[in-house]
Design a binder for this molecule. Sequence first.
Ligand code: KIV
Length: 271
Amino acid sequence: MKTWTTANFKASKGKRRLGCITAYDCTFARLADAANVPLILVGDSLGMTMLGYDSTLPVTMDQMISHTAAVSRGVTRNSLVIGDMPFLSYQASVEEGVRNAGRFLKEGRADGVKLEGFYPELVEKLVRTGIPVVGHLGMTPQYFNVFGGFKVQAKTWEAGETLISQAKALCEAGAFAITLECVPPDIAKAVTEAVSCMTIGIGAGPDCDAQFLVMQDLLGMTESSPKFVKRFANLGEEIQSAFAAYVAEVADGTFPASEHCYKPAAPSTAG
Ligand code: KIV
């Protein structure tokens, strides 16, 4: 059993704040697991961070399963792995949602799924089927066409009340956590106090039970990042200068040096 389960993750509410990240491949998942990151989300943000799309909408189930399986192979000790349900993999019907969510556990070896929007009936059915669920409310990127862009949501207390009642309903349906993305901090605080499950904020202030950051943002590998991001490293610059140093050393003959070479071949004994 890994250190983190959905049960002890949920039981951290009010006791310990948890820093959660996204990751999309085995190498970074292994590093996150070794750092005891409690929860790794294989986000559909991989459409932008890994595949170069300008939104998450084109991401397919097969892409999500492939990346989730890679992350799961890197996690051996600690982290929960949650697969993110892509656009149109669950919205059409509860049955389709259950079958696609099941693929994350069967093929991706995930510990649960995350899904955007207000689908309490689906959440209940998934949990009854044995599939742990993280909800996602506020600025849900799959809805950016409806929102008119990637905009802060629940900017009034009236909208905040709707958010609170939806978050409560998802928790009551069995979600062990709710992601709150891009909502004012006072609204996120009120949601956190109103629900019994964990809240995981991203651009939702300091009072959520846990936080998410997209891996490339926190490692400083993106050209620009949203206001709510703090860069904990500057890997983008470091990686770029490592590539440039390598190209220069190959060009001037410094690399490969003798220590990078196998022993010369033995002289031929024949003849
Ligand atoms: O896809 C993703 O990375 C997400 C997080 C930003 C919460 O949904």
